[in-house]
Design a protein around this ligand. Structure first.
Ligand SMILES: [Mg+2]
Length: 247
């Protein structure tokens, strides 16, 4: 496992694009925008959507956001820029004309979301209903990590679901999907053919995306302090990401 600090920053994007076609896969929270106390409290610059559209133009359209948020939730913070967007950890995919690629993800059973929500209330944690799943945020009580993860894992086992852990959050989702799926599906689109995929992300769920990029001849860029197993390069801050992208 590579330790952060031993990974170098990536070569300049312009240099890479001079060598051949590049496709960018970008995580959202913690990569393009700062993480806040609650998922709704993030601050997103009004211009970010437009700037992502211009970047996508410079990349000949080969740019996708790949977020753990649902597409609807992403739209409330970012609007609906004309770029590829993958929501729900890659389970929901939309093209720049806002048409769905494939099927939208299924909701979780109410029994599961109710149980998680009641647990959140009883433990003073933050419950987040998502269109494709449900999340338990323990940012306000970090000491609750093991308890929250155990409870979610129990529900997952009982209902054939998966858990995804992230920064001070554990989430219940249907099995399958993942950010690697979004990368593989988009890389099969003719627009992305023969390009080098570059995946940028800050969290555990992005490892999946890094691995997919590696498999397809590209690489991952890990953002921030977290140790990454699969990334080849590292950028320290969100500002560094914006600079590297010339966003
Ligand atoms: Mg993130």
């Amino acid at each position: 496992m590579a330790v952060h600090g031993t990974l170098l920053p990536p070569p300049p994007l312009l240099k890479l694009t001079e060598q051949g076609a590049v496709a960018l896969f970008l995580d959202f929270d913690g990569t393009l925008v700062g993480i806040a106390e609650t998922p709704d409290a993030i601050r997103v610059a009004d211009t970010l959507g437009k700037r992502l559209e211009s970047l996508a133009e410079r990349m000949a359209g080969r740019l996708a956001l790949v977020s753990g948020r649902s597409l609807e939730d992403l739209a409330t913070h970012l609007g609906k820029p004309a770029i590829f967007r993958a929501g729900s950890h890659g389970a929901a995919l939309i093209d720049p004309s806002h048409d769905m690629i494939g099927q939208p993800p299924e909701k979780l059973p109410a029994k599961v979301t109710d149980a998680l929500s009641e647990f959140a209330d009883s433990q003073e944690l933050h419950f987040e209903a998502k269109s494709h799943g449900a999340a338990l945020h323990y940012r306000a009580r970090p000491e609750m990590q093991a308890t929250a993860e155990e409870f979610a894992a129990g529900l997952a086992r009982a209902h054939d679901l998966e858990i995804k852990t992230g920064k001070l959050v554990v989430e219940l989702v249907r099995p399958g999907g993942g950010k690697a799926c979004a990368v593989h599906i988009l890389m099969q689109q003719s627009l992305f053919a023969a390009s080098v995929p570059v995946f940028i992300g800050d969290d555990v769920t992005d490892e999946d995306g890094f691995a997919a990029a590696n498999t397809l001849g590209g690489f991952g860029i890990a953002v921030g302090e977290r140790k990454s197993a699969a990334a080849r390069y590292h950028l320290q801050t969100i500002e560094d990401v914006h600079q590297w992208l010339k966003l």
